[in-house]
Write a protein that binds this ligand. Structure first.
Ligand SMILES: Cc1cc2nc3c(=O)[nH]c(=O)nc-3n(C[C@H](O)[C@H](O)[C@H](O)COP(=O)(O)OP(=O)(O)OC[C@H]3O[C@@H](n4cnc5c(N)ncnc54)[C@H](O)[C@@H]3O)c2cc1C
Length: 394
């Protein structure tokens, strides 16, 4: 049996920074993941999944000492161009509109995992158990929650943090329950090699089938997230690469020249899945375990980092004489209350972009055009929208 302050289940995109940030604040962390090792870095640079992180998130990662570990491999976003295929109206958000160095950055998921694993592995306050899954969770009514792993090991801690992804086992074990909404779409993700420089621009293009996002990457590559009806996504995944390149070119146009080559294609179904409560007894859910969103606004991971900040603000730094109980009902209730507004706004923004811009049935194309033109021409509105997209709340 091990005694620790915090048990974090899941060392994925969210679990790694959660463990590091908590350890930096002085808390003793036991991190558990089912995998024995992290994925190896790919040999093909086009074979990468990416995540866009906002300027506000970079501030948080810097505060926790994480940003220097990934900065060298991150691609800055200086401009975001939002448009709809076949209609007038577009918005151009620029870093200097809002007085920041960059609107955000694109990180490669496996580079992120490799860099943060090293930080975790060297941190004296983190014990990392790999190749372990959770078997049971029990509230011992003595100020601890007991987690038993499949190997039989038991970990007692004051707070259990579930960062074990969309099919969270912890969420099931603590009986929190979740809601499920099917967008009836899939995201086809791939990478394009460009002929012309992308000049650190990201693009969001609304098409009749769904949104198409292009995120800039180092070495003049663009990460593509193409949302479209499930059957179309299956079709294009199995199609010849040259046909997919032609289709993307037809949807996007030639602003970035002729696309040179394309990487492997990966498809994921698009659903919104939300835990009914983000907390249970001595347990908090973070990341996809709490909320899986449509990727259209690139907000999911940024929201996780803001949730983590709120939790850490309430827990404070651990000192020898600290009387804070990080798993107390009152602290977890306050966490839920503090985060409710931002979470609701992000879900609303994401659903509006995912559904309000899908097909003629949701909003006529000329109205969408007017909305985009209005947003582009009214400076304060554009600034507010840019701020929201960059993760600045309030
Ligand atoms: C197509 C797409 C594009 C996106 N783009 C963006 C973007 O640009 N910007 C943005 O902010 N967000 C984006 N998101 C959201 C972002 O991907 C999520 O916020 C993020 O993946 C959440 O990570 P996670 O750690 O919660 O889950 P995961 O990364 O799935 O990690 C879960 C971890 O838990 C482990 N695990 C699972 N079960 C167990 C168990 N029983 N025991 C032990 N370990 C376990 C797994 O091995 C894994 O390591 C996107 C999402 C999608 C689908």
């Amino acid at each position: 049996m091990t005694r620790t302050d915090l048990t974090v289940i899941g060392a994925g995109l969210a679990g790694l920074p959660i463990a590091i940030a908590c350890a930096q604040a002085g808390w003793q962390v036991t991190l558990v993941d089912q995998h024995k090792s992290i994925d190896a870095l790919p040999t093909d640079p086009l074979d990468q999944r990416c995540t866009a992180i906002s300027s506000a998130s970079v501030g948080l990662l810097s505060r926790w000492g994480i940003w220097p570990a990934i900065e060298a491999n991150a691609q800055s976003i200086q401009q975001v161009h939002i448009s709809q295929k076949g209609y007038l109206g577009s918005v151009r958000l620029q870093a200097n509109d809002v007085g920041v160095k960059a609107l955000g950055y694109v990180i490669e998921n496996r580079q992120w995992a490799a860099a943060l694993s090293t930080v975790v592995g060297n941190h004296e306050k983190i014990r990392w158990l790999r190749g372990e899954t959770v078997d049971s969770v029990r509230d011992d009514n003595d100020g601890t929650v007991a987690v038993t792993l499949a190997s039989g090991q038991r970990i007692d801690s004051s707070l259990l943090i579930a960062a074990d992804g969309v099919n969270s086992r912890v969420r099931d074990l603590v009986g929190v329950g979740d809601t499920h909404y099917d967008y009836k779409q899939s995201a086809l993700m791939t990478t394009l090699q460009l002929a012309k420089p992308h000049e650190s621009m990201a693009f969001e293009r609304f098409t009749a089938q769904g949104p198409l996002a292009f995120l800039p990457r180092p070495n003049n590559m663009m990460s593509v997230v193409w949302c479209l009806p499930k059957s179309d996504a299956q079709h294009w995944t199995g199609a010849d690469d040259s046909l997919v390149v032609d289709q993307l070119q037809a949807l996007f146009g030639f602003k970035l020249g002729r696309f040179q080559s394309i990487g492997p294609k990966v498809v994921v179904p698009l659903i919104r899945r939300e835990a009914i409560n983000q907390v249970g007894t001595r347990t908090v859910l973070l990341g996809n375990a709490a909320r899986l969103l449509h990727p259209v606004a690139g907000q999911g991971f940024n929201l996780v980092l803001r949730d983590l900040t709120a939790l850490l603000d309430l827990m404070g730094a651990k000192t020898d004489d600290a009387a804070i109980d990080p798993g107390s009902n009152s602290l977890l209730s306050e966490f839920v209350a503090t985060r409710a507004r931002d979470q609701k706004e992000v879900v609303f923004l994401t659903d509006t972009l995912a559904q309000g811009f899908l097909g003629e049935a949701s909003m006529p194309a000329h109205l969408r055009g007017l909305a985009l033109m209005g947003l582009d021409s009214i400076g304060p509105m554009r600034k507010h929208f840019a701020g929201r997209m960059m993760g600045y709340t309030g």
